[in-house]
Ligand binder design. Structure first.
Ligand code: HEM
Ligand SMILES: *[C@@H]1O[C@H](CO)[C@@H](O)[C@H](O)[C@H]1NC(C)=O
Ligand SMILES: *[C@@H]1O[C@H](CO)[C@@H](O)[C@H](O)[C@H]1NC(C)=O
Ligand SMILES: *[C@@H]1O[C@H](CO)[C@@H](O)[C@H](O)[C@H]1NC(C)=O
Ligand SMILES: *[C@@H]1O[C@H](CO)[C@@H](O)[C@H](O)[C@H]1NC(C)=O
Ligand SMILES: *[C@@H]1O[C@H](CO)[C@@H](O)[C@H](O)[C@H]1NC(C)=O
Length: 495
């Protein structure tokens, strides 16, 4: 009797072990839960109205999701990267999520198999609040509509002629904002450098894409518009990921107002263009959008969202990057001298390297968020359709193997790194992403930043104001977009 029981027990155990072994799939490294609860428990926990209890339960049973509601995406991702390495798989809001700072895997997702990852992940209701759901190109979840709008409006407008025009437009935009430099003063000759640079890039964007020539928008309006963009970024970060159960009523309504405000700005810019009679039909972006609207190829909502996204993607990114470079120069007088010497001889090495290093050291896009739209496989490990991807660019760009002095601002780090890395397997530096969903504005960003910095640094000296921190000490908010939270005041003087 005992023998039979033992035999049956051994038999069942063997079958169980064999079954487990054969069905255990290869997965990427990452935290393994002590107790694996079915996914619907997650939704059940979310419905608990007692916040403290809800958070405690989440922290115990779904710790990774909890981390991402407490920390921003870059910070939570960095937490897992430091703990588990350059490839980590976690369970985030019930979706498998892979956090990557391995350059080969990043290249595989972004470029080699890029067509399998042309969407980004986000909370559908949050995207609805933002107006990004199924509209525009940045977070559009409709592949056909994303492709259509990216190709016919953004890529078509960003052609070589526009890049050429961008040179004189950038030059004139700097002159225009400099003429009113006192409007950016916080004290005599001390300016808010961030808003000053934002106004320059905003002016360029309006001229190149919206047919609003430099000077047609007053400085007061420009400052108001620029601030509307900054406020929209905050709303973007608030709504993008977290489940609606985490919303706070007051904050939600405040961010809704910011979204409405920027949408009103878009309408205002469209009507300002109409009042301006000598419209220039060469302005491809706005003209193609209006044509497509006339021919019912896009809706008015899609058109407005495309314009809104051009404003947010095209202005704050390059201005923040230039701000970091100017700040770095304030405390590196030799580098500044070297830069000025080269520029006077029409040589641009330090200029391009300095901008590259600013994007590496303080990336305005610290993470690239994507999701798989197809089943895929990497190193024999399956990646299921719907898997979320977070490329941890900030970490990848500081890896010791590929960046000699990764944790310092030093142009040595990027001297051998190329920005035109569209067809290279060995991309370790991709501040604009790469592949079918890469930054559409990468070449414009390069052109405008070079012209603006050259002009400013040849004609003006910049000095860190008392109380403004160095690049290393300056606090920044590491979120979907990375921006300084400390003031960036500088003494600006004509040379
Ligand atoms: C220093 C300047 C800039 C940086 C560092 C930057 C960085 C990035 C990054 C990392 C992405 C995500 C790419 C990916 O998913 O692979 C992106 C997307 C994008 N960028 Fe930029 N960008 C900059 C300037 C610009 C400018 C000037 C424009 C517009 C003229 C622009 C328009 C866009 C758009 C529309 C997207 C979304 C593309 C899509 O999802 O299909 N960016 N950018
Ligand atoms: C998508 O992934 C599958 C599976 O790895 C692969 O066969 C296919 O070529 C990929 N498609 C693209 C466009 O990369
Ligand atoms: C991937 O998942 C999406 C959403 O569930 C679905 O619409 C799509 O058809 C799937 N793609 C493939 C190739 O299975
Ligand atoms: C980056 O580091 C890896 C690992 O050491 C090395 O194999 C690769 O050649 C490096 N690539 C570049 C471009 O530095
Ligand atoms: C700035 O410098 C450039 C090049 O040296 C020069 O051509 C231009 O006139 C200067 N502009 C101003 C506003 O000082
Ligand atoms: C900072 O303060 C010192 C001492 O008061 C003064 O000499 C210097 O000019 C100030 N620098 C700036 C940029 O305001």
């Amino acid at each position: 009797m005992l023998a039979t029981t033992t035999l049956i027990f051994i038999f069942i155990t063997t079958v169980y072990i064999l079954l487990r072994y054969s069905t255990r799939k290869k997965t990427f490294p990452g935290p393994k839960p002590l107790i694996s609860l079915p996914n619907y428990f997650f939704d059940t926990i979310l419905t608990i109205s007692n916040k403290k209890l809800r958070n405690n339960l989440l922290n115990i049973f779904f710790p990774e999701s909890f981390q991402y509601t407490v920390l921003t995406v870059p910070l939570a991702s960095q937490y897992y990267t430091s703990k588990y390495g350059d490839i980590v798989q976690i369970n985030l809001f019930n979706q498998p999520t892979i956090i990557i700072s391995n350059p080969d895997f990043a290249d595989y997702i972004l470029r080699r198999n890029g067509k399998n990852y042309t969407l980004r992940f986000g909370n559908p209701s949050g995207l609805e609040y933002l107006g990004m759901k199924n509209k525009g190109i940045i977070w559009n979840t409709n592949i056909q509509r994303w492709k259509y709008q990216r190709l016919n409006f953004f890529q078509k407008a960003l052609n070589t002629k526009l890049l050429d025009d961008a040179k004189y437009v950038s030059n004139d935009a700097v002159d225009y904002i400099l003429k009113y430099v006192e409007k950016y003063e916080v004290k005599k000759d001390i300016i808010d450098t961030m808003d000053f640079l934002r106004s320059i890039t905003f002016t360029i964007t309006c001229h190149l894409f919206l047919d609003l020539p430099i000077g047609t928008i007053s400085i007061e309006k420009t400052k108001y518009y620029v601030n509307s963009v900054v406020q929209y970024f905050k709303a973007w970060e608030y709504f993008l990921l977290k489940p609606t159960q985490f919303y706070d009523e007051t904050q939600t309504s405040q961010h809704e107002k910011s979204i409405e405000q920027l949408n009103n700005v878009v309408n205002e810019l469209i009507s300002e263009r109409e009042m301006n009679n000598n419209n220039n039909n060469n302005c491809l972006f706005i003209n193609s959008l209006l044509n497509a609207l006339d021919n019912q190829q896009i809706t008015k909502e899609e058109m407005n969202q495309c314009i809104l996204e051009m404003l947010i993607a095209g202005t704050d990114t390059s201005s923040v990057t230039m701000f970091y470079f100017l700040l770095a120069l304030c405390d590196r007088k030799e580098l500044e001298e070297q830069l000025r010497r080269e520029l006077k001889e029409n040589s641009y090495e330090t200029l391009t390297n300095g901008l590259k290093e600013s994007m590496r050291f303080k990336p305005v896009g610290p993470v690239i968020m994507r999701c798989a739209i197809n089943d895929d496989i990497y190193n024999d490990i399956p990646i299921k359709n719907g898997t979320n991807i977070i490329i941890n660019l900030a970490d990848m760009h500081r890896r010791n193997e590929n960046f000699t002095l990764g944790n310092q601002f030093n142009i040595i780090n990027v001297e051998d790194k190329d920005l035109s890395n569209t067809n290279n397997e060995k991309n370790v530096f991709v501040p604009f992403g790469v592949g079918p969903k890469e930054c559409v504005g990468r070449w414009l960003a390069k052109v405008e930043m070079e012209i603006i910095i050259e002009k400013l640094i040849l004609n003006y000296s910049f000095e860190r104001a008392n109380g403004t921190k160095t690049l290393e000490e300056l606090q920044t908010r590491w979120d979907i977009a990375q921006q300084p939270t400390d003031p960036g005041f500088m003494l600006i003087q004509k040379r």
